[in-house]
Ligand binder design. Structure first.
Ligand SMILES: [Zn+2]
Length: 150
């Protein structure tokens, strides 16, 4: 049953009961469930907006702030680091919204993150390293949302 229809389902059922008190308690219950489900829905929506903004827009801001002379190129390179998500192809199931990528997928593992940190020291690979580390931070904050919304 879709989340938003749930309170109306309760409302329709409550009409069957003649007692006003019974109807009131059903209404209060449906209002409470409705506000909780709306809050959870809005938080999930916020999580999604934050996630994709951090993946696509935030690297643009970082590129503009720290790689100003070639910020468009830097932004494009950082967007290309999204390819690390190819390691999801090795997982079964391929996509699981409840799964935290960090520490699970090989290119999202802690040793991999250590390598990305070392890459920061190599000037030619610095933009790639920043892109990869921003990606890991984005996925990590998503895990925090998941644990919080559970
Ligand atoms: Zn990822």
């Amino acid at each position: 049953m879709p989340l938003d229809l749930f309170p109306f389902w309760i409302l329709r059922r409550s009409n069957r009961y003649p007692g006003k008190l019974m109807t009131m308690s059903f209404l209060n219950l449906s209002a409470a469930i409705y506000s909780i489900s709306t809050a959870v829905f809005l938080l999930s929506l916020t999580q999604t907006v934050v996630h994709y903004s951090l993946h696509f827009l935030f690297p643009g801001l970082v590129a503009w702030l720290f790689f100003r002379r070639q910020w468009k190129r830097a932004w494009l390179i950082m967007l290309t680091t999204m390819l690390v998500d190819m390691d999801h192809l090795l997982a079964t199931p391929l996509f699981d919204p409840e799964r935290c990528s960090i520490g699970f997928h090989p290119l999202h593992s802690y040793p991999a993150i250590a390598v990305y940190t070392i890459l920061l020291l190599i000037p030619r690979l610095r933009i790639v390293a920043v892109g990869l580390l921003l990606h890991m931070l984005t996925d990590f904050q998503d895990c925090c949302w998941m644990n919080w919304l559970k």
